[in-house]
Design a protein around this ligand. Structure first.
Ligand code: HEM
Ligand SMILES: *[C@@H]1O[C@H](CO)[C@@H](O)[C@H](O)[C@H]1NC(C)=O
Length: 322
C-alpha cells in the first residue's frame, strides 16, 4: 500500500511536471500563420511608420511591453483604461506621465482587426511584436516572437506600483525585483540596456546629478544641470545613453565612464569588478553577444505568466475589456 501511494505521488509529480512544460511552451512563433498571415506584416508596417515619424516611439513601444510583462504577466493589462470597478495601471507611479505609445497600439489593433477580418490577434501579442519590431527598426537584433497570449479582463494600479522597479533602487533591490519575475542577473544587465534607447525626465534623474557623493562623471552631471535645475523643468528630457535612437552598445560604454543617467543604471557598473561590471564591460566590447543575449532575455521576459488557451480573452479594443 505504501509503495502504491509513493507511486501515485510520483505519478502526480510527473504529470504536473509535464503540464508545466506544456503550459510554458504554449506560446509558439506560428500562432497566427493560419488564422491571420497578414497580422505580423501589418504590425510591422505601422511600427515602422510611427518610428519614421518619431524615432523615440520605438523606445516607448519597447518599454510598454516591459511594463506590461512585469505586472501580472504579459497580458496587455497596461493598456486598459480605468473603469468603475478598477483603477488600472496607467496612473501608477512608474507609468503616470511617462509610458506612451497607446495611440500607436490603437492604430495597430484597428488595422489588424481589419486585415484579419475579425478580432483574432491579442493586444498582449501586439505589444510583444511591436517591441521586437521597434528594436529592429532602430538597429537592434531580430528574434522570433512567441505568440498566443490572451488579454486580461482586469488591471491593477497597486500591482503596477508593487511590481515595477524604480530608478532609485540599489542593485540588490533591482536584482530581487528581476528574480521575482523569474529573471536573473544577466537578464537584468541585458534588459536594462534597453536604455540604449529613449529618454527620461528631469524629475527622474535630478537627485542623481545633484548628488555630491554619487558615482557620476562631473562634466556629465554639470552638462545636465542647465536643463534640469534644482526645481522646475521636471519634464525636460535627457537621453538614457549618448545615442538614444540607435540600438547599440553605447549604454554599456556610458556606464563604464560613470555616465549612466539613472541611479539604477549606474548600479550595474560600480567599478568594483563585481559580476555586473564584468558583464557590462563584456557586452560593451561584444555587440554580437549583446544582440544574442538581448534576444534571449526578451523572449524570457515575454514568457512571464501569459494567459493562454481558454484563460483571458482577445480584446476587441485594447483599452477596454470586451
Ligand atoms: C532595471 C530596472 C529599470 C528601471 C528602474 C527603469 C526605469 C526607467 C525610467 C525611470 C525611465 C524614464 C521614465 C520617465 O522619465 O518618465 C525609463 C525609460 C525607459 N525604459 Fe526603463 N527601467 C528599467 C528597465 C527597463 C527594461 C527591462 C526595459 C525594456 C526591456 C526598459 C525600457 C525603457 C525604455 C526604452 C525607456 C525610454 C522610453 C521612452 O523614451 O519613451 N527599461 N526606464
Ligand atoms: C547619493 O549618492 C550616495 C552614494 O551612491 C547614495 O548612498 C545616496 O543615497 C544618494 N543620495 C540621493 C539623495 O540620491
Amino acid at each position: 500500500m505504501a509503495n502504491y501511494l509513493k507511486f501515485l505521488v510520483y505519478l502526480v509529480g510527473l504529470i504536473s511536471m509535464f503540464m508545466m512544460i506544456a503550459v510554458s511552451s504554449e506560446l509558439t512563433p506560428d500562432f497566427y500563420n493560419e488564422v491571420c498571415p497578414h497580422a505580423l506584416p501589418t504590425i510591422n508596417i505601422i511600427v515602422n511608420a510611427a518610428i519614421a515619424l518619431e524615432p523615440r516611439m520605438g523606445a516607448s513601444l519597447l518599454r510598454l511591453h516591459f511594463h506590461d510583462c512585469f505586472v501580472d504577466g504579459c497580458d496587455a493589462s497596461i493598456l486598459l483604461d480605468d473603469t468603475q470597478t478598477f483603477t488600472g495601471e496607467k496612473t501608477a507611479g512608474p507609468n503616470k506621465n511617462s509610458v506612451r505609445g497607446f495611440e500607436v497600439i490603437d492604430t495597430i489593433k484597428a488595422a489588424v482587426n481589419e486585415v484579419c477580418l475579425g478580432n483574432v490577434v491579442s493586444c498582449a501579442d501586439i505589444l510583444a511584436v511591436a517591441a521586437r519590431d521597434s528594436v529592429v527598426a532602430l538597429g537592434g537584433p531580430s528574434y522570433e516572437v512567441l505568440l498566443g497570449r490572451k488579454d486580461s479582463r482586469t488591471a491593477s494600479m497597486d500591482a503596477a506600483n508593487a511590481n515595477l522597479p524604480t530608478p532609485f533602487f540599489d542593485f540588490p533591490a533591482l536584482l530581487s525585483n528581476f528574480e521575482l519575475h523569474g529573471l536573473n542577473l544577466q537578464d537584468l544587465v541585458v534588459l536594462s540596456a534597453a536604455h540604449t534607447l529613449g529618454f527620461a525626465r528631469c524629475l527622474i534623474y535630478r537627485a542623481r546629478i545633484y548628488n555630491e557623493t554619487a558615482t557620476i562623471d562631473g562634466e556629465f552631471a554639470s552638462s545636465l544641470k542647465a536643463q534640469c535645475p534644482l526645481s522646475g523643468k521636471d519634464d525636460n528630457l535627457a537621453s538614457l545613453d549618448m545615442s538614444p535612437v540607435s540600438f547599440d552598445t553605447a549604454y554599456f560604454d556610458d556606464l563604464m565612464s560613470k555616465k549612466g543617467l539613472l541611479h539604477s543604471d549606474q548600479q550595474l557598473f560600480k567599478g568594483d569588478g563585481g559580476a555586473c561590471d564584468v558583464l557590462v564591460s563584456y557586452y560593451s566590447e561584444n555587440p554580437g553577444a549583446f544582440w544574442s543575449d538581448f534576444s534571449s532575455s526578451m523572449i524570457k521576459m515575454g514568457n512571464i505568466s501569459p494567459l493562454t488557451g481558454t484563460d483571458g480573452e482577445i480584446r476587441e479594443n485594447c483599452r477596454v475589456v470586451n
